[in-house]
Design a protein around this ligand. Structure first.
Ligand SMILES: [Zn+2]
Length: 263
């Protein structure tokens, strides 16, 4: 799977080249302000300014950060693309570790094989990273679309505490005026529901079952989880509402997190 592209938090296309800008048009007041800004440790928002970075054909948002008494300008990356990218990079060699875990583990009735917890960790650590980050990309997308002061009420007018699914399927479509659910995307909804359920089970894991612990059911489900379908579903949902936000990089390189021994 190719890695996904990180996107800026906001970008605007421009139809001129930055080199065409004529500094003689800049008002004196702005020049004075920019001198002050450059020679102080003040961050731009103290004066209610945003930082925009001009590139070849677009402008993106950035922010300043003081490092060793110098003011740096950093591009603001869309966190949704960070979450999604984390998920893809955690997926990396997941299939390999799954097969390894299943093939090297002891069979019932067969004794003598070592039970290696690390063999489980090699699969479950990236698998859980993948699920949590993938779900986070959906949840943060919904939260970004829904205004801060949005009132969550049910049909009878009572206030409710919305779940992530409720936000994704009820609130986002209302705000965006199009509905992913009804737009021939039913197959993806099943994967999204499963992803959210699994993520909730992981976060709320409790040793609650009578027979033993409450963990085994979740672990079995993670082993059976179809990650590729979940990637497709989350990407389809997000891109349905914000075109092309999650896209694979055309370079085709596959970058992933893996376990290495420090030398
Ligand atoms: Zn690339």
């Amino acid at each position: 799977m190719s890695h996904v592209r990180l996107k800026p938090s906001k970008e605007f296309k421009i139809d001129f080249h930055p080199s065409e800008l004529d500094s003689s048009n800049v008002p004196e007041e702005s020049k004075k302000y920019s001198q002050e800004y450059l020679s102080s440790n003040k961050l731009a928002e103290h004066e209610n300014f945003d930082i925009m970075i001009m590139l070849e054909s677009k402008v993106i948002y950035g922010y300043d950060y003081i490092y060793q008494n110098k003011k740096l300008i950093l591009p603001e990356v869309d966190p949704i693309t960070i979450f999604f990218s984390n998920a893809v990079m955690s997926y990396g060699r997941l299939q390999h570790y799954k097969i390894k875990l299943l093939e090297e583990s002891s069979k019932a009735g067969e004794t003598g094989k070592n039970l290696d917890l690390n063999l489980s960790g090699d699969f479950f650590q990236p698998a859980i990273n993948c699920i949590i980050n993938l779900q986070a990309s959906l949840e943060s997308f919904a939260n970004r679309v829904i205004p801060e002061d949005y009132l969550f009420i049910d049909k009878t007018g009572n206030k409710i505490f919305p779940t992530v699914s409720y936000k994704l399927y009820n609130v986002v479509p209302k705000i965006k005026l199009i509905d992913f659910k009804q737009a021939k995307n039913k197959k993806h909804n099943k994967s999204i529901d499963k992803l959210i359920q699994l993520r909730n089970d992981i976060i709320h894991l409790k040793p609650a079952e009578k027979t033993n612990t409450g963990y085994k059911g979740t672990y079995r489900e993670i082993l059976d989880f179809d990650f590729i379908r979940a990637f497709n579903a989350v990407q389809s949902y997000i891109n349905f509402y914000q075109e092309n936000l999650v896209s694979e990089c055309p370079c085709g390189n596959d970058y992933f997190f893996d376990k290495f021994k420090s030398e």
